[in-house]
Structures are given as C-alpha cells and as structure tokens.
Design a protein around this ligand. Structure first.
Ligand SMILES: NC(=O)c1ccc[n+]([C@@H]2O[C@H](COP(=O)([O-])OP(=O)(O)OC[C@H]3O[C@@H](n4cnc5c(N)ncnc54)[C@H](OP(=O)(O)O)[C@@H]3O)[C@@H](O)[C@H]2O)c1
Length: 249
C-alpha cells in the first residue's frame, strides 16, 4: 500500500491560496491530476498555473465561485468534461469575518454559510455520478467549530454543520464504497500572515502558539499531509472521522 495518488482525478475547491493551494500542489506532486477553482484573478492564480505546469500531469485551474449553486454546477460540468470521473473531492474553499453576533447581518450570515457549508452540499451531490467505489471526500472544517470562537458564530456554525454533513454522508455513501471525512485545522500560517503588518503577525503567532502543545502554528504542508492520507488508499477503512490537525490545542 502506498500514499501515491498516481492518475487519481481530484477536485479541490479554493486552491489558489493558503491551505487549498498547499493541498493542490501536494496532490499534484503525489501524481494526481487536479482541478481547482478560485474567485479572483491575480498573481496567485498565475503562479499556481506555472507551478502545476512544472509538476507535470493534467491540471486545470478555473474561475468558479462555489458560494453560488449555478457556479458549482458549472464547475462539476468542467470536472465531467475534462476528467470523466473523480476519485476524490476536497471541499476547502472558505471565507471568514469577525463580527459581533448582535451586528451580524443576514446577508453576511448567508455569505459565510453559502461558501463554507452549502457549497460542500452541492459539490458532493453533483459529483456523486462521477464518484466510484473507493472514492474519498475530505471536508475542510475548523478546530474552532468544537471550541467556539467569539465574533465568528456564523463561521463556527457552518464548520460544525460540516461535521454533521460528513457523519451522515459517511453512513449514506459508505455502502457504495465512498468515504467522507473532515480535516479540522487549528491555526495554519498562510500568505495572509505576510499581508499583515509585522507587529500584528508576530502578536498573532505568539498568542496562538502558546495555545498549542507544539508551541507553534502549523504550515500548509503539515495540513496537506493528513489530507493526502485521507484521499489515499492508506486510509481505506477510515470514514466519518474528524481529524484535528492543530498542533495539540
Ligand atoms: N488558515 C487557517 O488557520 C484555518 C483554520 C481553520 C480552518 N481553515 C479552513 O481552511 C480552508 C482554507 O483556509 P485558508 O486560510 O487557506 O483560506 P485563504 O488563504 O483565504 O484561501 C482561500 C482560498 O479559497 C478560495 N475561495 C474562497 N472563497 C471561494 C469561493 N466562494 N469560490 C471559490 N474559491 C473560493 C480563495 O480564492 P480567491 O482568492 O480567488 O477568493 C483562495 O484560493 C477554509 O475552509 C478555512 O475555513 C483555515
């Protein structure tokens, strides 16, 4: 048994930055053909396309906002057209905002729920005809869903919903040989830290590091490792699990 994802066809939503980008590149390097999506054009898209070209394989980077159901359907149409089947799906695209509950407007609630939870419902439902026995779905949740985080009730509600979705689908799709799991990151350092003023980034690193057993934040590569394990046949008897990748919070 090997981790190798040779010739597996994998869809990763939200793959141009952060954790999604780490998963896309790690999967491509492990031999998979990857389709990923994003919302905004820019250097992150261009550099990902370049890096994937250097990696080899048949990869596709397309613009599609998974917060909109019609866009999800278009994305899955592209997966069908380009790959014909899918061996694995990673629901990674997510958005967050920090708002006190008393001021949380209905449209902000909907935006966060649409991207973090409803997108996963639609992506999985529409990919079902493309998923064969042995397929693996990984939903990116958040360690914060179980802990609770002030000012992020909408986000943690969506991520907690991801666990219920995963548990039920693991049971419903298990007899078809399809596994469904959650990977719940703690605090993972992404490019977002580089974009902050240095003092603020240092402050956040120190605050979060002291909450973990390993006394540091995680990297996107360290998050991608467990995701690849769950996508691979090495985890063929693992389903319905929430895998915390949090440095021991
Ligand atoms: N980083 C952490 O510490 C952490 C902790 C817990 C959970 N998570 C979860 O991990 C996932 C990735 O987080 P991250 O920190 O890597 O985020 P990030 O750095 O903000 O990157 C998000 C990626 O998803 C894409 N995306 C966002 N909304 C999208 C949409 N509606 N349709 C298509 N693509 C979309 C973005 O593309 P554009 O730039 O084009 O919008 C970008 O490529 C999220 O589900 C997040 O909740 C992260």
């Amino acid at each position: 048994m090997q981790l190798a994802l040779q010739a597996k066809k994998i869809l990763v939503t939200g793959g141009t930055r952060g954790i999604g980008r780490g998963i896309v590149l790690a999967a491509a390097r492990a031999g998979a053909d990857v389709l990923t999506c994003y919302r905004h054009e820019g250097e992150a898209v261009d550099s990902l396309v370049r890096e994937l070209k250097e990696t080899g394989g048949a990869h596709h980077v397309v613009r599609a906002d998974v917060g909109e159901i019609a866009e999800v359907d278009r994305l899955i149409g592209i997966a069908r057209e380009r790959f014909g089947r899918l061996d694995a799906v990673v629901n990674n695209a997510g958005v967050i905002s920090h708002i006190s509950f008393g001021e949380l407007a209905a449209d902000e609630w909907s935006k966060v729920l649409d991207t973090n939870l409803t997108a996963a419902y639609r992506v999985i439902q529409q990919t079902l005809p493309l998923l064969a026995t042995g397929a693996s779905v990984v939903n990116i949740g958040s360690r914060g869903a179980a802990a609770g985080i002030p000012l992020r009730a909408h986000y943690t509600a969506a991520k907690a919903g991801m666990i219920g979705l995963t548990r039920s689908l693991a049971k419903e799709l298990g007899p078809k040989g399809i596994r469904v799991n959650v990977v719940a990151p703690g605090v993972i350092e992404t490019e977002a830290f580089d974009a902050m003023p240095r003092d603020r980034a240092e402050g956040l690193r120190a605050t979060y590091a002291q909450k973990t057993a390993l006394a540091r934040l995680g990297t996107v590569t360290e998050l991608a490792g467990p995701v690849l394990f769950l996508l691979s046949d090495l985890s063929s008897y693992v389903t319905g699990e929430t895998f915390n990748v949090d440095g021991g919070i």
